[in-house]
Design a protein. Structure first.
Length: 264
């Protein structure tokens, strides 16, 4: 059977999204995002590391939303010190005199990128000014796992509620890698849930995903494939509109750690 040029292109496109096997390891190549409702607890980081398929994946923490807070960076290294991963940090408050590697070269050399919480609006503005938004979109296309919670989950969606401005919760626009709206901190912060449901019901927001702090949803090729949680008290929902009203559809969730293990 002879293959036409168009058939060859279609086959190459198909196989580019399959997992790659390297020295007995299945390496992720599918565009993947792990969005948590707020937590970047150690079990989530461990889970993300294993998803890469590497024995010691390079995982980069991006604390832009917290202004490269040094305490957050220290906490990152503390959480990762005994995990099967090599932790890195991308700082944006830098000087060209001391920082020679470009943001693109640094981020695209990672196996996973984890974005921390803080001021989402400021983070998005800095990313745009520095071209990091474009780099993250390229990382996504290459199959580098993207993850994060709070600001670090909002950034992957089209829109969601943020506390980045004075006074009250407002709307922030994300990178749009996931074609949905989003609400983090769904039950831990009182105003979040009613405001989000109102915006989805009115059509101001697209239907989307809401998560408690200790829950996360895994997206592959833009589709939710699985939810995970730190315990059975944390939930995830798809919020959509039915008969003119916002409704919450629970996402089936796998508990990856129990409460006793979390205390250790």
């Amino acid at each position: 059977m002879r293959l036409t040029s168009s058939s060859l292109i279609a086959l190459l496109f198909f196989f580019s999204f399959l997992p790659v096997t390297l020295q007995g390891q299945t390496v992720n190549k599918t565009p993947t995002i792990v969005a948590t409702g707020g937590s970047l607890a150690k079990p989530f980081i461990d889970y993300i590391a294993k998803m890469t398929g590497k024995e010691r994946p390079k995982i980069c923490y991006v604390p832009t939303a917290s202004a490269d807070n040094p305490y957050g960076i220290i906490h990152w290294y503390e959480r990762c010190h005994d995990l099967p991963a090599e932790p890195y940090v991308l700082k944006v408050w830098i000087s060209s005199y001391s920082t020679k590697t470009s943001f693109a070269d640094f981020l695209l050399g990672m196996d996973a990128i984890v974005v921390g919480g803080g001021n989402t609006l400021n983070m998005m503005a800095i990313w745009h000014a520095q071209g990091i938004d474009t780099v993250l979109a390229e990382a996504y296309r290459r199959g580098i796992i993207l993850a994060g919670g709070s600001a670090g989950s909002l950034c992957w969606f089209e829109e969601g509620t943020t506390d980045s401005r004075p006074g009250h919760l407002t709307t922030v626009r994300g990178l749009g890698l996931l074609p949905y709206s989003h609400s983090p901190h769904y039950h831990s912060e009182g105003p979040r849930r009613p405001l989000y449901m109102k915006k989805v019901a009115s059509g101001e927001y697209k239907p989307g995903y809401a998560m408690d702090d200790g829950a996360a949803i895994i997206f592959r090729n833009g589709k939710a494939v699985k939810a995970i949680a730190l315990s059975d008290k944390y939930k995830a929902w798809f919020v959509t509109v039915r008969d003119g009203k916002a409704v919450e559809e629970p996402v089936e969730t796998e508990v990856i750690v129990d409460d006793e293990e979390m205390k250790r």
